[in-house]
Design a protein around this ligand. Structure first.
Ligand SMILES: Cc1cc2nc3c(=O)[nH]c(=O)nc-3n(C[C@H](O)[C@H](O)[C@H](O)COP(=O)(O)OP(=O)(O)OC[C@H]3O[C@@H](n4cnc5c(N)ncnc54)[C@H](O)[C@@H]3O)c2cc1C
Ligand SMILES: *[C@@H]1O[C@H](CO)[C@@H](O)[C@H](O)[C@H]1NC(C)=O
Ligand SMILES: *[C@@H]1O[C@H](CO)[C@@H](O)[C@H](O)[C@H]1NC(C)=O
Ligand SMILES: *[C@@H]1O[C@H](CO)[C@@H](O)[C@H](O)[C@H]1NC(C)=O
Ligand SMILES: *[C@@H]1O[C@H](CO)[C@@H](O)[C@H](O)[C@H]1NC(C)=O
Ligand SMILES: *[C@@H]1O[C@H](CO)[C@@H](O)[C@H](O)[C@H]1NC(C)=O
Ligand SMILES: *[C@@H]1O[C@H](CO)[C@@H](O)[C@H](O)[C@H]1NC(C)=O
Ligand SMILES: *[C@@H]1O[C@H](CO)[C@@H](O)[C@H](O)[C@H]1NC(C)=O
Ligand SMILES: *[C@@H]1O[C@H](CO)[C@@H](O)[C@H](O)[C@H]1NC(C)=O
Ligand SMILES: *[C@@H]1O[C@H](CO)[C@@H](O)[C@H](O)[C@H]1NC(C)=O
Ligand SMILES: *[C@@H]1O[C@H](CO)[C@@H](O)[C@H](O)[C@H]1NC(C)=O
Length: 524
């Protein structure tokens, strides 16, 4: 055993040296912040180094995926700053650059790969946590709002509902997701068939660029403004806030959920759904959530079955919905008893599985929804049931989200999000686990490969907000090649990838804003 010590010694010294080095850099960084602040007390009150007793709590608060809850030190930030105003964000950018630190910007912390707060490499970086930058200002007269990027979509929805019952915004379903990440990658929810993506409804933005300047739509120019609405904000700068266009919803909407198991002809009904859901009226959104459950009617020995839950929002009343369903989708057997009428904000609660009578203010609770360990893949289907039946009930999920409607009317190049006409629906597969991580990861990779023949290929497309490092990563220490980055870049952005590369080259030629799957700056 003793023989190991001499050979380990240089490595230990190297690690010690490197950790001292990054410590020195972070001390310089903190001093830089204090030097440039006009009030050094206020900046030091929002700066956390690893020796600070609050560091871990601040880091953990917005880690929403338990897969990344226990990070090795080499993946953690050397400093966390939680700015309270725009000037402090500029200072973080200016001082990080000056002292050779990279930046990760975090809003809601839902990134599937945790890229907003960790690195897969051992680079030194500052975590710029936008948690205190989260006000929402609704201008009802103009049907617009400015929403700061650290707000959650629940905070946004709640603020809108406090000013009007007939205005809304087409963003996501899970109320704890951050506006910073969701909108900069596209952002879809139950209103997408009527109004498109969240990013389709952004009309201005404020951001801090690589030079520490604050830009708006006019001063950043249309190319950069195009790129940050779906191309992922973290390749281009720090988004401070979005100006969004509010959309109209009726004072009363209708929701329903209908369950069908395999024994109740779920497969046959799903088949019909595939042609109906993307083409039916824009006012009607019927998503499907599939899970493996135990059922006493199952014909299998282990009593497992697949249950499909058809979850729907209709922008209108029951009396209009029922005849529409009778004509277009009678196989589902929808009855008046399955339906509930409510306000739009109550429907948000309903799809969050909260009691419809709950106060909408719960949507502002940033820890309302549970954290879990998950890995997900997306694709734009058949026979996946057997694979789901092979795992424990409740540990896998398939979500089928129909597109069509407004989604197909917008061109593929309008914003970087390219999955428009021709994409009938998106498939999202998720796996959750408490125990064997490797087994769960193997399962989902296996399922992804299994789906190959059934989904859009060449290249197989994916949604950047469901990012997946299995597709490949950049070289974080040095330059990344266009060929390498286009492997995942073309899946996320198709032909828009090249334009993103050009915008990146002009906005951030030194590649300061970078991460495992950021857009590389290359002159094309
Ligand atoms: C449980 C769950 C439910 C989801 N539901 C939906 C849904 O209904 N619809 C949908 O479209 N997507 C959904 N998503 C995906 C979600 O949109 C993405 O994970 C999104 O990136 C999360 O944004 P965030 O701010 O919470 O994440 P973060 O982890 O904070 O950030 C995600 C990425 O955006 C960057 N970023 C964050 N803030 C800024 C900023 N201010 N400036 C520049 N870059 C920034 C980060 O650096 C990181 O690269 C869901 C994800 C989860 C985990
Ligand atoms: C950091 O990463 C680089 C590149 O992966 C590697 O060469 C180096 O040895 C690593 N250093 C430590 C201390 O792990
Ligand atoms: C100085 O502080 C004030 C208020 O505290 C702030 O509005 C201003 O932007 C700051 N300016 C600089 C350069 O830090
Ligand atoms: C500096 O900021 C701190 C904390 O925000 C505040 O208490 C103090 O009054 C400020 N000092 C000046 C001179 O503005
Ligand atoms: C930790 O950091 C916060 C914010 O900078 C500061 O207010 C607090 O005093 C620090 N605590 C310790 C123990 O250093
Ligand atoms: C917003 O509405 C007000 C009046 O309601 C109007 O004066 C103002 O110009 C509008 N602003 C914008 C940006 O449209
Ligand atoms: C950051 O640097 C830019 C110039 O590169 C400057 O305009 C800005 O005032 C600086 N901001 C702060 C807060 O240091
Ligand atoms: C955008 O920024 C420019 C330059 O700072 C400013 O003159 C202009 O008024 C801003 N535009 C809007 C709409 O805020
Ligand atoms: C299952 O549903 C399909 C499509 O609606 C239908 O054609 C078929 O007859 C149904 N089968 C049974 C057994 O009900
Ligand atoms: C099957 O389960 C349902 C509820 O899940 C229950 O109502 C029913 O009595 C059960 N039937 C048998 C035969 O156990
Ligand atoms: C937020 O929700 C969580 C989970 O339901 C709950 O434990 C917590 O008390 C809530 N916080 C507030 C401030 O209501």
């Amino acid at each position: 055993m003793n023989g190991c010590i001499p050979s380990l010694l240089p490595l230990v010294l190297l690690i010690l040296f490197l950790s001292q080095l990054s410590k020195a850099t972070s001390v310089d960084f903190v001093q830089c912040l204090e030097r440039y602040a006009n009030n050094s007390t206020s900046i030091s009150q929002v700066t956390y180094t690893p020796d600070n007793s609050s560091y871990t709590a601040v880091l953990q608060f917005s880690i929403r995926n338990l897969r990344h809850a226990s990070l090795p030190d080499s993946q953690k930030p050397v400093v966390i700053v939680t700015p309270v105003d725009e000037t402090q964000i500029q200072m973080v950018v200016n001082c990080s650059r000056r002292h050779g630190l990279q930046i990760r910007t975090r809003s809601g912390g839902h990134d599937f790969e945790g890229l907003s707060y960790r690195t897969t490499s051992n680079i030194s970086f500052v975590l710029l946590d936008m948690i205190n930058i989260r006000s929402v200002n609704v201008d009802l007269a103009n049907a617009t709002a400015w929403v700061e990027s650290g707000a959650t979509i629940g905070e946004l929805y709640y603020a809108i509902s406090q000013t009007s019952a007939t205005h809304a915004f087409p963003a996501g379903v899970w109320c704890n997701v951050g506006v910073g990440g969701l909108i900069s990658g596209g952002g879809y929810g139950m209103l997408r068939r009527k109004y498109g993506l969240a990013a389709d409804n952004v009309i201005d933005a404020r951001m801090v660029d690589v030079n520490g300047r604050i830009l708006n739509r006019t001063s950043m120019g249309e190319d950069l403004f195009w790129a940050i609405r779906g191309g992922g904000g973290s390749s281009f700068g720090v988004i401070i806030s979005w100006k969004i266009k509010l959309v109209q919803v009726p004072a009363i909407v209708t929701v329903f959920t209908v369950d069908k198991t395999l024994e109740q002809n779920a497969t046959g009904i799903l088949h019909k759904w595939q042609s109906v859901a993307p083409s039916v009226d824009k006012e009607l959104d019927i998503r499907i959530q599939g899970t493996c459950v135990l059922s006493n009617t199952s014909k299998r020995e282990d009593k497992k079955t697949i249950r499909l839950t058809f979850m729907s929002l209709f922008l209108g009343r029951i009396d209009t919905l029922l005849p529409l369903m009778q004509i277009s989708f009678p196989e589902l057997g929808l009855t008046r008893e399955n339906c509930l009428e409510m306000s739009w904000i109550q429907s948000v609660l309903f799809f969050t599985s909260l009691p419809p009578g709950a106060s909408p203010s719960v949507l502002t609770n940033r820890t309302l929804l549970p954290k879990f360990a998950t890995k997900a893949k997306s694709s734009y289907l058949k026979g996946i049931w057997e694979l789901m039946l092979s795992r424990d009930p409740g540990t896998t999920i398939v979500m089928l989200t129909p597109y069509g409607g407004r989604m197909s009317e917008i061109s593929e190049s309008q914003i970087p999000f390219p999955h428009r006409a021709g994409n009938l629906y998106m498939i999202y597969i998720g796996v959750f686990w408490a125990g064997d991580t490797q087994q769960a990861l193997n399962w989902i990779r296996n399922l992804y490969n299994y789906l190959n023949p059934y989904v859009l290929n060449s290249p197989r497309s994916s949604y950047v907000n469901y990012n997946d490092l299995d597709l490949g990563i950049n070289n974080l220490q040095g330059p990344t090649s266009y060929q390498q980055a286009s492997i995942w870049g073309k899946k996320y952005f198709k032909d828009n990838f090249d334009r993103l590369v050009r915008v990146k080259f002009s906005a951030d030629p030194t590649n300061f804003f970078r991460h495992e799957q950021s857009i590389p700056p290359i002159p094309l």
